[in-house]
Design a binder for this molecule. Structure first.
Ligand code: CA
Length: 242
């Protein structure tokens, strides 16, 4: 029902709101930007898909906004932006009722992965699903842990972020540009050698084969695709099933 409704971004800091809105749009979301709690409540009541809510707003306290959102937009996931880790206890507490939070300064990759997980959780209607996954690979974004089957993967922070971006969009091509922006917080494409190295390390840890990948396919000239639950689609009449 809300799949095409906008994501409501509530943030008065232009320096955070502008790049974040741009990243959300690039990720395919409709974005509605407001800078005050009052506007947020008004727009949320008209129907939104999710709310990304800054805790420090000029008019109303973010916790209060979150509480009132529960009344005007029940069931809509709320991702809170907080300035300090100590605030996190408050915003995810039962009082405020935020579904998740990220601490400023946040990495775009983390925020987008958490938002996707929230949307997936709310649409899948499966409260037991803690994180994204594809095939036998599962991630826990809160704990920053990943598993292949029963085996936990030992990943570096960047490897984890890279895997998170790819797995949350399993079955779809993720462009090099997007990966550089979300995982390395840069639009500088001169350093994609770094990306290729991380992909290669990730493949090794997944036990994957670059030439006949089960998990991580290279889409030449564009980016990478984590293969979905039903496995890689082989072209050119290669009928092997995986
Ligand atoms: Ca603020």
């Amino acid at each position: 029902m809300h799949a095409t409704a906008p994501v409501l971004l509530v943030e008065d800091d232009e320096g955070i709101a502008r790049p974040l809105a741009a990243a959300l749009r690039t990720d395919g979301y409709e974005v509605l930007r407001v800078a005050t709690g009052a506007e947020a409540l008004e727009r949320a009541a008209q129907g939104v898909r999710a709310v990304v809510l800054d805790l420090g707003l000029p008019d109303l306290d973010g916790v209060e906004v979150c509480r009132r959102l529960r009344e005007v937009a029940p069931g809509v996931p709320v991702l809170m932006l907080t300035a300090r880790t100590t605030e996190a206890d408050v915003v995810v507490g039962l009082d405020a009722g935020a579904d998740d939070y990220v601490t400023k300064p946040f990495r775009l990759a983390e925020l987008l992965a958490r938002l996707r997980a929230l949307l997936r959780r709310s649409s899948a209607d499966d409260p037991g699903d803690r994180g994204p996954g594809a095939q036998d690979v599962r991630l826990d974004l809160d704990a920053r842990r990943a598993w292949r089957g029963e085996e936990e993967l030992q990943l570096s922070p960047k490897e984890f972020d890279l895997l998170a971006v790819l797995v949350t969009d399993a079955g779809r091509v993720v462009s090099r540009e997007r990966i550089m922006r979300e995982v390395w917080d840069t639009t500088w494409m001169g350093s994609t050698k770094t990306l290729d190295m991380h992909v290669s390390w990730l493949r090794r840890k997944l036990g994957d084969d670059a030439h006949e990948p089960r998990y991580l396919s290279t889409v030449r000239g564009i980016g990478f695709r984590f293969e979905p639950d039903d496995g890689p689609v082989r072209g050119h009449g290669d009928g092997r099933s995986g």
